[in-house]
Design a protein around this ligand. Sequence first.
Ligand code: S3P
Length: 175
Amino acid sequence: MKNIVLIGFMGTGKTSTGRLLAGRLNRPFIDIDKKIEQETGLSISDIFQLYGEDHFRQLEREVISRVARYTNTVIATGGGVVLKQENMIRLKNTGIIVSLTASLETILERTSRRGVRPLLDCEDRAERVAKLFHDRANLYMKADYTLDTTCMPPHQVTEKIIALLREGGHLRGRS
Ligand code: S3P
């Protein structure tokens, strides 16, 4: 079976939903950021601080190129994975892409913890979120399915994704 790949802006629930979805479908779960952290022994924030964003994007690209060869796996990506077209081509080749969205207010609230998302560690977070969100909006739309998670907890998002995938004939059995 194809992978199920969650894309979307920071704070749209990719990691928590991905974990639940993998459990529900009895599939392995990979979180790209976690994998980068495990392989480098550094947090995402440390990688940005020590080596810069370009270096992080290279690591991300390299991990995606390996993980995209998996099958039957639920993959949660980092919000910036859409910035490189080659990442998306690879992930699309072997997976169904599900894009999670949320309102700007929800994103701001869900990403309010500092020191976790280096791109949002700045004085005017609201302005930064709005700009990044606007710049990337078209990229997140290049998905097979899109789901607004604004008022939904991850378990509900998970059930919606399963319903969409089943309707589309992408799931076998009764999950
Ligand atoms: C990023 C999102 C983060 C992480 C890194 C860059 C982005 O992942 O990959 O801080 O460019 O949107 P989450 O979307 O899981 O927060």
